[in-house]
Design a protein around this ligand. Structure first.
Ligand SMILES: Nc1nc2c(c(=O)[nH]1)N[C@H]1C(S)=C(S)[C@@H](COP(=O)(O)O)O[C@H]1N2
Ligand SMILES: [Mo]
Length: 523
């Protein structure tokens, strides 16, 4: 016998929406636990997030990096969670009248999450679908159990069983919280191997150490960027929502492709037994706006990529080699294409495992990444690298190319005013105007500063460490009261002056002069 459904009040509708939220929480908890076992990146939130990142128009991506900086990923995940919460509440309401339709809705979400996970380029197995599917099954079950308290209390009871609803709901929340913690601890055991392998790593001494940074490279000016960027302060740009944590003991690098007569696989130990070199190289992101902070300078330890390629039989195009593009692939499916000619032209293109005296931090590519002086990061600096394929630019577009970025992108000559800060005020008298300038692999030969529409005046240059690093500069300005605009420009080692033409970051790096407005107060 089926009883007539109890009459539902607005309070019951609110409870139904709440049931949706609890079900969503339970589903995500179960998904997180399964993902911790299967593969962290296959969880619904990271998988959908990654899929969104890949499909986001470049202009929006640029806007997100500009607006949220390094929190862009957190903002994206938060957005996904808010959207899920809204959907969950709506499905909860739907479950009051049409439990079957609500369950189907939950199922659709689960399938979408699973599809996102298995279509990731780094997905190797259909087990990546499991976190989302298990999560959806759990959510549907929780929703069903909770909503039944409202729609079908003990058979024939006249009113929704709110007390039972709240008790069961509270139990579910506690259970889901427990599952979330369990997922965390399973996840951390997983990454413990990686952490242990990093902790145990002893970096080899370089056969070719970097010369000491000349004392004059660091100018005694307050507010200037430190000559060496510490690992903690180094900018981070990548598409990874979950930082890959790779076990260095099982890591391998495969070199293969067109014009590779001796295909090889290298372990980290093998790399570290090669001739190890240490170099100071300034890394810059193509998404760096004029005056922006997506640039940093570090001391890298690693091996010469060109030597390793030669050992595999690779020849540069100028030496008759058939491949003009080297495509580096990371464990998370990123592809980064660099010109073979550039990598083999004698510059210190590195497969790096050390950064400022320690193993690469996970966020910066542990255990091994590429670093090529003079090329923007997106065409050279593959983190978490796992293979190198020799091919041609005609045959293959790396990740960023179909998204509107240039296939080849040497770093442009840039200069930045670090101090005084834009819109700050200073007292009249001598003011140190200072910053950094970079034109990797060409070097910086001159930096000039202009006050308002005045003449260009030579700044004092810090000592040059190498032409692959940025160079500090300072101009001691006799500041007069009033509002002033300070502008900087650099000249590279070939004598070419930085272009004044304003261009955005797309498709191959921003250009134009960096200016700051300051107010000088009378003393
Ligand atoms: N695997 C992987 N490597 C990557 C990227 C990425 O998204 N994934 N981003 C590249 C870009 S655009 C830049 S600018 C540099 C940034 O390196 P950093 O985060 O160590 O500063 O890494 C490059 N290597
Ligand atoms: Mo970048």
């Amino acid at each position: 016998m089926t009883a007539a459904p109890p009459t539902l009040t607005p309070t019951d509708r609110l409870l139904a929406a709440l049931a949706g939220l609890v079900a969503g929480f339970g589903g995500l908890a179960v998904a997180a636990l399964v993902a911790a076992v299967v593969r962290p990146e296959a969880g619904p939130v990271p998988a959908v997030g990654d899929a969104v990142v890949d499909r986001t128009p470049t202009a929006v991506k640029e806007w997100a990096i500009r607006t949220f900086g390094e929190s862009d990923k957190a903002v994206l995940e938060f957005g996904i969670l808010v959207l899920l919460a809204v959907l969950a509440a709506a499905l909860g309401l739907l479950a009051l009248r049409r439990p079957g339709a609500a369950a189907a809705g939950v199922g659709v979400l689960g399938v979408l999450g699973a599809l996102a996970a298995v279509t990731r380029p780094d997905s190797r197995s259909f087990t990546d679908a499991l976190p989302s599917l298990a999560g959806a099954a759990a959510a549907a079950a929780v929703l069903q159990v909770l909503v039944r308290h409202l729609t079908a209390p003990r058979s024939g009871a006249p009113a929704p069983d709110r007390r039972g609803f709240l008790l069961t709901g509270a139990g579910m929340v506690i259970g889901a919280t427990g599952v979330t913690f369990l997922a965390r601890s399973v996840g951390s055991t997983r990454s413990e191997h990686a952490t242990a392998s990093r902790d145990a790593l002893r970096l080899p001494r370089p056969a070719s150490p970097a010369p000491a940074v000349p004392p004059g490279a660091q100018l005694p000016v307050e507010g200037i960027s430190p000559f060496v960027t510490s690992n903690g302060d180094f900018y981070r740009v990548d598409t990874a929502l979950v930082v890959p944590r790779i076990d260095a003991d099982t890591w391998q690098l495969r070199v293969h492709g067109t014009g590779v007569p001796r295909e090889r696989v290298f372990t980290l130990r093998e790399l570290m037994r090669r001739e190890v070199i240490e170099r100071d190289v300034t890394l810059a992101c193509v998404s760096n706006e004029v005056g922006g902070s997506l640039v940093g300078n570090a001391r890298w330890l690693g091996v010469r990529l060109a030597d390793l390629l030669r050992e595999c039989g690779v020849r540069a195009p100028s030496a008759g080699g058939p491949a003009d593009q080297l495509v580096a692939r990371s464990v998370d499916g990123m592809t980064i294409g660099s010109p073979v000619e550039t990598v083999m032209d004698g510059r210190d293109a590195l497969l790096a495992f050390g950064m400022n005296g320690e193993p690469l931090p996970f966020a910066h590519g542990f255990p091994v990444r590429m670093v090529v002086p003079g090329l923007y990061g997106y065409v050279s600096a593959c983190k978490w690298i796992t293979s190198i394929e020799l091919t041609t630019f005609a045959a293959y577009d790396a990740y960023w190319v179909p998204r509107g970025w240039a296939a080849q992108a040497p770093v442009k000559t840039e200069s930045r005013i670090d101090t005084p800060r834009a819109f700050s005020s200073a007292g009249a008298g001598t003011v140190a105007v200072a910053g950094v300038a970079w034109a990797q692999h060409r070097g910086i030969s001159r930096v000039q500063v202009r006050v308002d529409d005045g003449p260009w005046q030579d700044a004092e240059l810090g000592a040059q460490d190498s032409r692959d690093t940025w160079r500090q500069w300072v101009h001691r300005w006799q500041a007069e009261p009033g509002r002033h605009t300070l502008t900087v420009r650099a000249t590279d080692g070939t004598g070419a002056v930085q272009t004044e033409k304003r261009q955005g970051t797309m498709p191959d790096g921003a250009t134009g002069y960096h200016s700051v407005d300051v107010t000088v107060d009378a003393r």
